[in-house]
Each structure stands twice: as structure tokens, then as C-alpha cells.
Write a protein that binds this ligand. Structure first.
Ligand code: SF4
Ligand code: SF4
Length: 344
């Protein structure tokens, strides 16, 4: 029933078995990019977006075997999320004509206040490196606003579970609502603004969030940030504002990169992943990013087990909080260094 409902709202393509395809829905949303004659394109080495669809039979897919109560609980999250994502995609109709490309500090302060009032935990800015744009995709402008929302600890710590999946869906719903609100506000003030879709997207969000200085990518591949650690979700808004206060423009280094020195000692996510999908040590990908997990291995377990999330739940940063981990950490001079380079 939930699948049918999702299919109704999302109007996605069919998967190989004729059921609802999340990848099909995302590809359909991406077709709004056809309205643009020029896009910022990825590098030839850029990675493809990780697909969601699997070949698993329906009886093994958690979302296809929800109880009636679970379906009722999920509807208030999924329906607004899908409507919000459709709304984001429709903003790529190629019609908006910006009248400004430089924002005053006052406007940036207003935008940040609006984001926080709408539920964003943190907000940062980045010039998008082309290697962070997924293969065969493109973005309308080379600057992006990146923001996070927090997820509650109690349900996340039950992963893998319906409660954890529900909390993640709640996070995505909030991302979609906030990005549309901020993009509308930016357009009202004359700036181009294109919200990233909460699920999927055109760029690698943790990569952008690290470059924006919101945190650092841990060995589980998730952003680790002050406060909630990895219990967050990320979204972006692509914009023509050229004077955003990026770390690079301010000459400020990312102060969170020590996190990976901690990871090199911890590796709890590596040991705890039920299917050993997380590499012992991140692998440089050749496109400037890092390959941290084996996506196909993760995906099947993820699909069978409510979106898994064990790596997120066991991470000491999610558990104790960033500040407590930092206070106890004495440093690790032998940690291998992995640095994601900003756009030139
Ligand atoms: S569990 Fe440990 S190794 Fe994995 S991301 Fe968290 S801190 Fe890093
Ligand atoms: S989501 Fe689960 S399966 Fe995937 S990497 Fe994390 S712990 Fe492993």
C-alpha cells in the first residue's frame, strides 16, 4: 500500500519487477535540468550517484512489508517529503531570471536566521568542485548553500529498526521543506536558487558539507559535526550568489578534520557493520573524493533492514556528542591524512 501511495505521489518509473522505482523517480526529477542550456558539469572522473533500487525479491524489502500501523505512521513523513521534492524539482523550470548576484551581510544573516527558525541545525557555503557533481548530472550555478537537520538520538540508536527509518524519513521531510522555503526567500530577493532534492541529488552532499566547514566525513562516510555528531541529514541550494562567505573566501581552514584522526583509532563502524561494507581505511577515489564503503554490499542489507543505520548509531560522535569526544581525544599523529580539496 505504501509503495502504491509513494508511486502515486512520486510518479516514478518502474523497477525491473514493475514496482515503484526510487531511482526512476529521481531520474525523472533530474530531467528538469533539460530546461537549462548551460550547466556546471562534472569532471570525467566524477562518481555516479549511488542507486537505491535492488534486485531483491519484494518479501525481503523492508518498505514492502510494513505493517498497517507502520504505513499509517510513515504517511505523514513520506507524503510531504515527496510533495516537497516535486516542488523542488519544479523550480528547475528555466524561467527564473535573477536580478542580483552579490548578497549583503545583512541578507546572509536574514537567510541564516530563516534557516534556523525553519529547523536547520547549521548552514555553510561552498564553491562546488566539479568532482563533487555526480557523473552525467549538472548544476545550474557553481555556488551552493549547504545546511543540515538533526535527527533524534533515541530512535537512531535502535538501528536497524522501523523507528530509526521513520526518524530518517522525518529528517528528509524537513530538508525538503527548508530548502524550498529558503529558495523561495532567495528568489524574492532577486537571487537564483535551486534546491537540491532531499533524497538523491545532483552532488555529493557530505563532500560539500565538509568543504563548507560544517564538519568532517567520518570513516562511515557520513558527516560528523558539532553537537549531534553524525545524526544529521544534509541538503543544498545552488545559487548565483558569488560572494558567499565560503571557508576558502575567508581563508579559514576546516577545524573539524581532526575527526578522521580519531576515526583511525576508533573504527567501531568498521567492526560493527553487519556486512563488512565499510573499508578499514578510506580509499582515495581518483576524483578528489574518498571511497569509504562498498555501496552494493551496504545496499542489500540496507534495503532488507529498514535502511540499516548501524554505523550511524554506534558512532561515538552520535552517541556522546562531538564536544565530549573532542575533550577526551589526545590526538593521533600516525593517522593517515585524507583531504578533500576545494574548487579552484
Ligand atoms: S564509528 Fe568511529 S571510525 Fe566510524 S565514523 Fe564514528 S568515530 Fe569514525
Ligand atoms: S548502513 Fe549498515 S550496511 Fe551500510 S555501511 Fe552502515 S552499518 Fe554497514
Amino acid at each position: 500500500m505504501l509503495q502504491k501511495l509513494v508511486g502515486l505521489f512520486a510518479r516514478g518509473g518502474a523497477n525491473k519487477r514493475g514496482g515503484f522505482s526510487l531511482d526512476g523517480m529521481l531520474e525523472r526529477m533530474d530531467r528538469h535540468l533539460d530546461h537549462f542550456t548551460t550547466l556546471v558539469r562534472p569532471t570525467p572522473e566524477s562518481s555516479p550517484r549511488t542507486p537505491f533500487d535492488t534486485d531483491l525479491p519484494p518479501e525481503q524489502i523492508s518498505t514492502q512489508n510494513f505493517t498497517f500501523r507502520q504505513i499509517l505512521k510513515m504517511i505523514p513523513e513520506m507524503v510531504p517529503l515527496l510533495i516537497g521534492m516535486q516542488r523542488s524539482a519544479r523550480m528547475y523550470d528555466g524561467r527564473f531570471q535573477p536580478t542580483k548576484k552579490e548578497a549583503s551581510p545583512g541578507f546572509i544573516a536574514q537567510l541564516e536566521a530563516l534557516a534556523r527558525a525553519a529547523g536547520a541545525k547549521d548552514i555553510g557555503y561552498v564553491k562546488v568542485p566539479r568532482n563533487a557533481i555526480f557523473r552525467d548530472k549538472g548544476i545550474p550555478h557553481e555556488y551552493a548553500i549547504v545546511f543540515t537537520v538533526e535527527m533524534d538520538q533515541v530512535p537512531i540508536e535502535t538501528a536497524p529498526s522501523f523507528a530509526c527509518m521513520h526518524e530518517v524519513a522525518h529528517g528528509y521531510k524537513n530538508l525538503a521543506a527548508i530548502s524550498n522555503k529558503l529558495a523561495g526567500f532567495m528568489r524574492q530577493h532577486g537571487f537564483a536558487a535551486y534546491p537540491g532534492t532531499a533524497l538523491g541529488g545532483l552532488t555529493d552532499y557530505p563532500h560539500l558539507a565538509e568543504l563548507a566547514g560544517l564538519g568532517a566525513i567520518g570513516y562511515h562516510g557520513l558527516l560528523i559535526a558539532p553537537g549531534e555528531g553524525a545524526r544529521l541529514r544534509i541538503n543544498t541550494i545552488y545559487t548565483n550568489i558569488t560572494n558567499l562567505p565560503t571557508l576558502q573566501a575567508q581563508g579559514t581552514p576546516n577545524e573539524h578534520l581532526w575527526v578522521r584522526d580519531f576515526c583511525a583509532m576508533c573504527k567501531k563502524c568498521v567492526r560493527t557493520c553487519p556486512v563488512n561494507a565499510i573499508y578499514e581505511q578510506p580509499q582515495p577515489r581518483g576524483d578528489g573524493g574518498m571511497q569509504i564503503i562498498e555501496p552494493a554490499t551496504c545496499r542489500d542489507y540496507f534495503t532488507q533492514n529498514y535502511g540499516c543505520g548501524v554505523c550511524l548509531a554506534v558512532c561515538p560522535f552520535s552517541h556522546s556528542g562531538y564536544e565530549k569526544v573532542q575533550a577526551k581525544f589526545k590526538g593521533n599523529p600516525n593517522a593517515p591524512q585524507f583531504r578533500i580539496e576545494p574548487a579552484a
